[in-house]
Design a protein around this ligand. Structure first.
Ligand SMILES: [Zn+2]
Length: 168
């Protein structure tokens, strides 16, 4: 099982969700939606999320990563979906062998995702502090939390933007 999960991490690191859905004939529209392959619909309601490399359908609730997409699309099991992606995207011998470079990429991407989530939480908290603990009277000294929030927020914004740019 360890082998499969190592391999699937490499596949996910190597393949961007928008590239995968386009390959199978689902071109995201300008809002990032595709016509859902998993239920019948008139308006595209399956959203593609390049940043988290995932998809989610607001119509039927289908969702997941690149492997889930192919698994659901062709009715495959997890292993078969990995094999299919490797064949279709020329990854045979890359993702299924011990490739340190790819697995480093997968590890880095995962670490960045964790960092992004933590920063996003701090960003929301700082915004709350800035909104709620503004000095009320003129001349009243600002609280240390407020000062910290004002000082740190631009750095967090920069880093979030940096990560978003990288995942585009
Ligand atoms: Zn759907």
């Amino acid at each position: 099982m360890a082998m499969v999960s190592y391999r699937s991490e490499n596949i996910k690191a190597a393949l961007d969700i928008d590239r995968v859905v386009s390959f199978y004939g689902y071109e995201p529209n300008r809002q990032g939606f595709v016509s859902c392959p998993f239920h019948s619909e008139k308006t595209a309601s399956c959203k593609i999320y390049p940043k988290s490399n995932s998809f989610y359908c607001f119509g039927c609730g289908a969702g997941g990563d690149v492997i889930d997409f192919v698994r659901l699309l062709y009715g495959l099991d997890f292993r078969q979906a990995c094999v299919r992606l490797e064949a279709d995207f020329g990854l045979v011998g890359v993702t299924d062998s011990a490739s340190p470079e790819l697995s480093e990429r997968a590890k880095k991407r995962n670490a960045e995702k964790v960092e992004y989530k933590a920063l996003k939480e701090r960003f929301v908290r700082y915004n709350q502090i800035i909104r709620d603990s503004k000095p009320k009277a003129q001349g009243e000294p600002p609280s240390p939390e407020f000062v910290e929030a004002i000082k740190e927020k631009p750095h967090i914004e920069n880093r979030l933007r940096e990560l978003e740019e990288k995942w585009k």
